[in-house]
Design a protein around this ligand. Structure first.
Ligand code: PLP
Length: 452
């Protein structure tokens, strides 16, 4: 007998305590690490023989197979300093994917550089490497591929373009810690790799933090200087002399110690996640019309996020668009207690900051002399629009090492909804529809038909 859907008053399939799972998992090892710092009293990177920050940096470099790792106070800052250290400057263009966390596209602004967006691949959700070359101009200096959701981007194609046009490659590896691409480790493949230690990431701290990895000694040295007001670090004793513009962007020792304890357990956790996540995906694979994350043979998926696309035709429903299907499923699955989210309601070029083209006042950096005009028109990113319209995500906090039983109940919820697809179809046909980006002020109206 089919159970009533929770959206129509039935009992939700997922128990309340599984709607929000605990992440980070905090153990005695983390508490001991934090207390150790309070006991040794070396709190900052400047302290003599400071063990935690330097310890994390060498362990992280080893983890990523790079020669250097430099810690900073966020993943966003890691991207900003990487661009700065590579010499990206005012009016330069930096190529980024149209789907990512906004930090990827905001980072170039730090150096008054201009982001140039490329549409994504409909299967991997990473930058579409076949569309990059058309966006390269005389001003292009760098590409920032993002390993979105934990799946490494097509790095060999990106590196080939970078060689051809003399561009830097900065990996936004924030969502793919420990990931492998053709035998190489995420973050070590381009010129520089960037990571975040934010609580929502796979190797978190108890707050905010970030890391920059590279094999280039000079880039590492510049990042170390940039995080401490551009100080000249070549002197034996600290002289408080600034060689360049910088800021105070250092990671604290308490945060570093916490992350060291998490890094220590990362692969144990990963082994358990490699058990419970595929079991969950295998159950969903039996339901027609759900497109599951794909994992090419030449790379690993670190399961930072699971993105599901929904296809009404494959589910046997006609007369509704993928967006309408996703909207109805969102209502139904949230009511059942599955904590699905959009993860980006708008392609990055549609973000008001880019629509306005004014980051510093007076239209800078877009009004700088010689800068190529940018359109930032959603119609140029049809795949990103389609993916945002027809997909929903499960995020890192719901994919923790102990999530097995919760994922079982999420799968039960999907199954119940799929047993009631006729009802979902009727609901989808009758509900008023708006794409997710209609919620963004000033953009929804102008681009309501972009993906139609
Ligand atoms: C979280 C995230 C960032 C930024 O990291 P913060 O530490 O939050 O500044 C950058 N890129 C991606 C893809 C992210 O998910």
């Amino acid at each position: 007998m089919k159970a009533d859907l929770a959206m129509f008053g039935g009992k939700p399939a997922v128990r309340p305590e599984y709607r929000r799972l605990e992440w980070p998992v905090v153990t005695q090892a983390d508490r001991d690490a934090v207390l150790r710092v309070l006991d040794h009293g070396k709190f900052t990177v400047g302290a003599k023989e400071e063990p935690e920050i330097s310890g994390l940096e060498s362990e992280w470099a080893a983890f990523c197979d790079t020669r250097h790792a430099v810690s900073v106070n966020s993943g966003t800052v890691a991207l900003e300093l990487a661009l700065t250290a590579l010499g990206i400057g005012p009016g330069d263009e930096v190529i980024v994917p149209a789907l990512s966390y906004v930090a990827t596209a905001m980072a170039p602004l730090y150096q008054l550089a201009v982001p140039v967006f490329v549409d994504i691949d409909p299967v991997s959700f990473n930058i579409d490497v076949t569309q990059i070359e058309a966006k390269i101009t005389n001003r292009t200096r760098a590409i920032i591929p993002v390993h979105l959701g934990g799946l490494p981007a097509d790095m060999d194609e990106i590196l080939a373009l970078a060689r051809k046009y003399d561009l830097y490659v900065i990996e936004d590896a924030v969502q793919a810690q420990g990931g492998k691409y053709r035998g190489r480790t995420a973050g070590s493949i381009g010129d520089v790799g960037c990571f975040s230690l934010n609580v929502e990431k796979s190797i978190p701290t108890c707050g905010e933090g970030g890391l920059i990895v590279t094999d280039d000694e000079r880039v590492a040295e510049r990042c170390r200087s940039l995080r401490i007001l551009g100080e000249d670090l070549s002197t034996e004793e600290r002289l408080y002399v600034s060689a360049t513009r910088g800021s105070n962007l250092k990671l604290s020792a308490v945060l570093a110690a916490f992350t060291r304890a998490q890094l220590d357990r990362f692969w144990d956790y990963q082994v358990r996640r490699e058990q419970n996540i595929p079991v969950f995906l295998n159950r969903l694979a039996e339901l027609p019309g759900i497109v599951l994350p794909s994992v090419p043979d030449d790379r690993t998926h670190m399961w930072h996020m699971l993105r599901f696309r929904f296809d009404p035709e494959a589910a046997g429903l006609d007369g509704i668009t993928p967006g309408q299907f996703r909207q109805a499923l969102r209502r139904a699955l949230l009511a059942e207690g599955v904590p699905l989210t959009h993860y980006q309601i708008i392609p990055l070029p549609g973000q008001p900051v880019f629509q306005e083209q004014d980051a510093y006042g007076r239209g800078y950096p877009w009004s700088l002399p010689g800068v190529n005009p940018q359109r930032y028109d959603l119609a140029d990113y049809p795949v990103t629009c389609a993916v945002i319209e027809d997909s929903l995500c499960l995020r890192r906090m719901h994919l923790n090492p102990d999530a097995g039983p919760a994922l079982e109940e999420y799968a039960d919820a999907f199954q119940r909804v799929w047993e009631n697809l006729d009802v979902i179809g009727r609901f989808a046909r009758s509900a008023p529809y708006a794409p997710p980006w209609a919620a963004v002020k000033g953009v929804g109206r102008a681009h309501a038909g972009a993906a139609a």
